[in-house]
Design a protein around this ligand. Structure first.
Ligand code: NAD
Length: 487
């Protein structure tokens, strides 16, 4: 297999990055573009041996990196951010070819945020502090100590954004990292390894291994030298990882799926509510936070639906490299199968497709809105992870909250209302890690991010990230001349 492939003019190394050098595997897997199914290349297919090598490299690099002064760690993270910005265009085009999300959003939104992830956690590291406090004259000093090698496992829907959301705080905290990107979109993680090396990150501090989760995952997550596992992906995989991590009681952060509601009250700005609803087709619906359950107050449901249809008709589905496209393809033929399975079963059970309800050409799925769906039906309860929304109505606030909270998930919720008091009452009752009122996807790294119920375990962001990636220590020092026996 060639060590490098060229994707849209950008050279990408297909081997692992372990201990500061490129490492091939005996076997490969095929990486194809969702845009047209074309083969992008053969990628090194790691297994237990590569997992072991990467964790050992991370373990060996840990003491020196942990002892590196905060200011130097922060400087290197800013240097990585500079590298991301310098190669922003290349990262954007490679990511679009690899995962099919819109080039314009990679250029303007996602890749700048990748750079910001490094800058934010570099700056936050320098501010990280807890005021000393006294206990009977003794000083308590709280410190965030580096924990050790971290395994970071990420999905394909926002590959580099989600990976760096973990890599940046893990490195800032003084930990070393083994990153395993998803097998359907591994390429930008390899470019990140190049960028980090060019920035001067010491060998072994960041390692990248590729492969199928089922083949390499367990060797990473059950390794006794791993001190933290941060995973973003699906609930079934999270269960396997948690079981594997249990052997060593390795602390876990889990960012999982969702089935988030959008509550539209009769007093809402209906045009805004419709904009928020149609926005849920972004990234072809492959967004964990997507508000896929639209709940509308009965009295405005007909008008809401009329305006939704009007707005949805203006969306352009097409090649994600095209500036005019609003919705690109779905990631993989298997994902498309899964999406269509959900939709056809829902229709067979009595749902009515107001919009879409079928496949498009190639790997595209028609944006879909399903009405007449029962609260306990599969389509309302299970995450589809495609451009598929459901529409339900409610009579009053109590019913709205009851329907909103009635799934096993709790990642996010969005409320559209013109009444501030109502917003306060409703948001207080919603079970979700993030709640938006009259807006969507406004995110700040300062905020705690994560899911309630089966949408996740733990929160990351700001100090919460350092709390997870570090061993918190409290050091209690007696006052000078203090005597344990006599005080
Ligand atoms: P997935 O669970 O299939 O795979 C995620 C990653 O886990 C991949 O890298 C995969 O190779 C790896 N993996 C698979 N089996 C493994 C194992 N046994 N051990 C270790 N690693 C293993 O998820 P996906 O289909 O790639 O991503 C979609 C899911 O991710 C959706 O459920 C979505 O909601 C969720 N997601 C959540 C967030 C969030 O922040 N909460 C963000 C994005 C996506």
């Amino acid at each position: 297999m060639p060590d490098k492939i060229v994707v849209a003019g950008v050279s990408v190394d297909t081997r692992h990055w372990i201990g500061g050098r490129r490492v091939a595997s005996g076997d490969t897997f095929t990486d194809a573009s969702p845009i047209d199914g074309s083969v992008l290349g053969e990628i090194a297919r790691g297994g237990p041996a590569e997992a072991q090598a990467a964790v050992v490299a991370a373990r060996d690099a840990f003491p020196a990196w942990a002892a590196t002064p905060r200011a130097e760690r922060a400087r290197l993270l800013h240097a990585i951010a500079d590298g991301v910005e310098k190669r922003l265009e290349e990262l954007a085009i490679v990511e679009t070819n690899d995962n099919g999300a819109l080039l314009r959003s990679h250029r303007r939104g996602v890749m700048p945020r990748v750079a910001h992830n490094f800058r934010f956690f570099a700056d936050w590291l320098l501010k990280l502090d807890h005021e000393d406090f006294e206990t009977r004259g003794h000083t308590n000093h709280v410190s965030w100590d580096p924990a050790g090698p971290c395994v970071l496992i990420t999905p394909w829907n926002a590959p580099l954004m989600l990976a760096t959301w973990k890599v940046a705080p893990a490195l800032a905290a003084g930990n070393t990292v083994v990153l395993k990107p998803a097998e359907w979109s591994p390429l930008t993680a390899s470019l990140l390894a190049d960028i980090a090396a060019e920035a001067g990150l010491p060998a072994g501090v960041l390692n990248v291994v590729q492969g199928y989760g089922a083949e390499i995952g367990d060797a990473l997550t059950s390794h006794p030298d791993v001190r933290r596992i941060s995973f973003t992906g699906s609930v079934p995989t999270a269960r396997r990882i948690a079981a594997s991590a249990a052997a060593n009681l390795t602390p876990l952060s889990l960012e999982l799926g969702g089935k988030s509601p959008l509550l539209v009250f009769a007093d809402a700005d209906l045009d805004l509510a419709v904009d928020l609803a149609v926005e849920q087709y972004d990234n072809a619906g492959q967004v964990c936070l997507a508000a896929t359950r639209i709940l509308v107050e009965e009295t405005v449901a007909a008008e809401f639906t009329r305006r939704f249809l009007e707005k949805a008709a203006t969306l352009t589905q097409g090649d994600p490299r095209d500036e005019a496209s609003d919705i690109g393809p779905n990631i993989h033929p298997r994902q498309l199968e899964k999406i269509d399975g959900f939709v056809q079963r829902a229709i067979a059970a009595g749902a009515r497709a107001i919009v879409g309800g079928h496949r498009g050409d190639g790997q595209y799925y028609a944006p879909t809105l399903l009405a007449d769906v029962a609260q306990d039906s599969e389509i309302v309860q299970e995450e589809v992870f495609g451009p598929v929304l459901t529409l339900q109505t409610f009579a009053d606030e109590d019913e709205a909250v009851r329907l909103a909270n009635d799934t096993r998930f709790g990642l996010a919720a969005t409320v559209a209302t013109g009444d501030t008091r109502r917003a306060e009452r409703v948001t207080a009752q919603l079970v979700a890690g993030t709640v938006w009122v009259n807006c969507f996807f406004v995110r700040d790294l300062l905020a705690p991010f994560g899911g309630s119920r089966q949408s996740g375990v733990g929160r990351e962001g700001g100090t919460w990230s350092f709390d997870f990636y570090c061993d918190l220590k409290n050091t209690v020092t007696a006052p000078k001349g203090w005597n344990q026996d006599h005080g």
